[in-house]
Design a protein around this ligand. Structure first.
Ligand SMILES: N[C@@H](CCC(=O)N[C@@H](CS)C(=O)NCC(=O)O)C(=O)O
Length: 227
């Protein structure tokens, strides 16, 4: 039951946020990634999927679909990874419009990618991966869906640095666990290792990043800065 406490927090403060979690879950990973980027203290409550804990009454009372992740924040209990991202952003991000733009076009662009994360990403790369992890026969239909999606994402990321805006948004967070591949543009795509406005000081880019000398946000430097 690991606890994650930012350096600025006293070690004794019990995290109010509890993530009902599974270490290999990509859907849970997107929540863990965002919790970490926001620098929030949280605690992981691992759900034993192999033992079927997620289908027992105690868990079903939190999520009738019997799936991780589920976030508990005091009296608030939320299921569904994308819904949790939206909640954490609205509730805790210093400037929620950085991760989810407030203008109509910006909001819609992020929402489009969240829908793709709940559809083609879940039934493509995520489904193909779970078959592999479980030692099941290759899920050919899922593999075909994965290739179709990743091809579109790769073409998209060849012309822009991030999925939905000029900076990382919830769209990138939602896709990152299952998305990266050795495709041309995608291997350089990352919503992490960044700095600039709204970026948590505890998660800076590396010291050699050109943005340090320039004193500005570093994400437009992604290609030159790529390893
Ligand atoms: N729409 C859900 C999907 C979550 C999901 O598929 N979780 C998987 C783990 S990655 C799970 O709990 N699978 C167990 C099951 O469906 O029985 C979300 O975004 O949170």
């Amino acid at each position: 039951m690991p606890e994650h406490t930012p350096a600025s927090e006293p070690a004794s403060a019990a995290p109010a946020l509890v993530l009902h979690d599974a270490p290999l879950s990509g859907h849970a990973h997107r929540v863990r990634l965002f919790l970490s980027l926001l620098g929030l203290p949280w605690r992981s409550q691992v759900v034993d999927l192999k033992a079927g804990e997620h289908k027992r009454p105690a868990f079903l009372a939190m999520n009738r679909f019997g799936q991780v992740p589920v976030l508990q924040d005091g009296d608030v209990v939320l299921a569904d990874s994308n819904a949790i991202l939206v909640y954490l952003n609205a509730r805790y991000a210093p400037d929620p419009t950085l991760w989810l733009p407030a203008d109509p076009v910006g909001t819609a662009r992020v929402q489009r990618w969240l829908s793709l994360a709940a559809g083609p990403l879940a039934f493509g790369p995520a489904a193909a991966r779970i078959a592999l992890l479980m030692g099941r026969p290759t899920d050919e239909a899922a593999v075909a869906r994965a290739h179709a999606l990743l091809q579109v994402m790769d073409a998209h990321l060849a012309t822009q640095d991030f999925l939905a805006a000029a900076r990382p948004t919830l769209a990138d967070i939602a896709h990152y666990a299952y998305g990266p591949s050795r495709r041309k543009a995608m291997w350089r795509w990352t919503p992490i290792r960044r700095c600039g406005p709204g970026w948590p000081a505890s998660r800076p880019c590396r010291a050699s990043c050109p943005c340090r000398a320039r004193g500005s946000a570093c994400w437009p430097e992604r290609r030159r800065d790529a390893p």
